[in-house]
Design a binder for this molecule. Structure first.
Ligand code: AHN
Ligand code: ZN
Length: 322
């Protein structure tokens, strides 16, 4: 009987995976455990709507799903609907989704990512695919998948391990229909451009922001992006430091790489909130992930370990903020 109880206890310890057997760490994190299986499921569910390209039915339906999921995790949800125009001249109906936990808290952390997917696979090796929309499993759905799991953990921790700060999760629309390799910077990030000018709540601000982009790919590493280093070096230090502390230094590299990347974090910075970009690079060539803007950016190339590294680091940052 004793033996059975002992085995049962070991199993519980193992399944809860708070401490892996044989792993001795001096640091005990106050953060809950980020579940990468859950995040992966949220990525898969977005992909099942089909490509979430602007003005499409899949886009609208996935937007409704995102809103209802966040509400089910107990968040306050604001929506911004606005008219935009692609660089091609096409008018688009934009929808930013702003999700708040502890809306009354004064100290706030902003975490964001885009939920739309690109309408052209114009980096696909096969030119015949250049006008085909992409699933955007990594480029789009991965950030929202991580944010949904953060939200689920915030709700679960409500009774026993409640977080002290306010957390806002913003799902940007219309990020990914920019003009490639053109220098046409303002053709990207239409949703965050809009929000930067007109906030979901007048006068809204946050202590700092963290934008997530392509945070679920295989063969992925995160370098310190250069706009982030110029606008928000202390936030870069905080996030990369958190990652090293909990054992994800392999993913959050201090090597040179990344360069200056036009992304939603830039608009947040221009709006006066220091904001970094955690954006995936390919481990082999250091550029954008190999599936970037190709038809291969689908659920088959999503890696749970990458989701875990980013998600757990975000929980670490949230739960250690004073
Ligand atoms: C540019 O290519 C200039 N920026 C890329 C932003 C982006 C697109 N992130 C994901 N998809
Ligand atoms: Zn993209």
């Amino acid at each position: 009987m004793k033996k059975i109880i002992y085995i049962a206890l070991c199993l519980v310890g193992f399944i809860s995976c708070k401490e892996k057997p044989g792993e001795v760490t001096a640091y005990v994190s106050p953060a809950p455990e980020f579940c990468e299986d859950s995040a992966y499921q949220f990525v898969a569910e977005q992909c099942q709507f089909g490509p979430r390209v602007m003005n499409s039915e899949a886009h609208d339906m996935c937007g409704d799903w995102i809103v209802s999921k966040f509400k089910s995790f107990g968040a306050e949800v604001y929506e911004q609907h606005a008219d935009g125009k692609l660089y091609t001249g096409t008018p688009v109906k934009m929808r930013n989704i702003v999700v708040s936990f502890n809306p009354e808290a004064e100290v706030r952390i902003l975490i964001a990512g885009h939920w739309d997917s690109r309408q052209w696979a114009d980096n696909d090796p096969d030119e015949a695919n250049h006008n085909t929309p992409i699933d955007g499993a990594n480029d789009g759905a991965s950030s929202i998948g991580v944010m949904l799991e953060i939200a689920r953990q915030l709700q679960l921790a409500n009774d026993s391990n409640r977080v002290k700060v306010g957390v806002d999760l913003i799902c940007w629309d219309a990020e990914d229909n920019g003009e490639s390799a053109s220098g046409n910077e303002s053709s990207w990030c239409l949703g965050s451009q809009y929000w930067s000018g007109i906030r979901h709540i007048e006068g809204y601000t946050a202590r700092y922001g963290i934008n997530l982009d392509m945070v679920g790919g295989s063969n992925t590493v995160f370098y310190r992006e250069q706009y982030s280093m110029s606008y928000a070096p202390a936030v870069v230090d905080k996030v990369w430091g958190a990652a090293q502390r909990i054992g994800y230094g392999k993913f959050f590299s201090y090597d040179q790489g990344g360069g200056y990347i036009t992304d939603d974090h830039l608009e947040v910075n221009r709006g006066g909130i220091p904001c970094i970009d955690i954006i995936g690079s390919d481990t082999e060539n250091g550029g954008f992930p190999r599936t970037w803007h190709t038809l291969n950016d689908n659920i088959e190339h999503i890696n749970k370990e990458t989701l875990k590294a980013v998600g757990q680091t975000m929980l670490e940052v949230i739960w250690t903020e004073q």
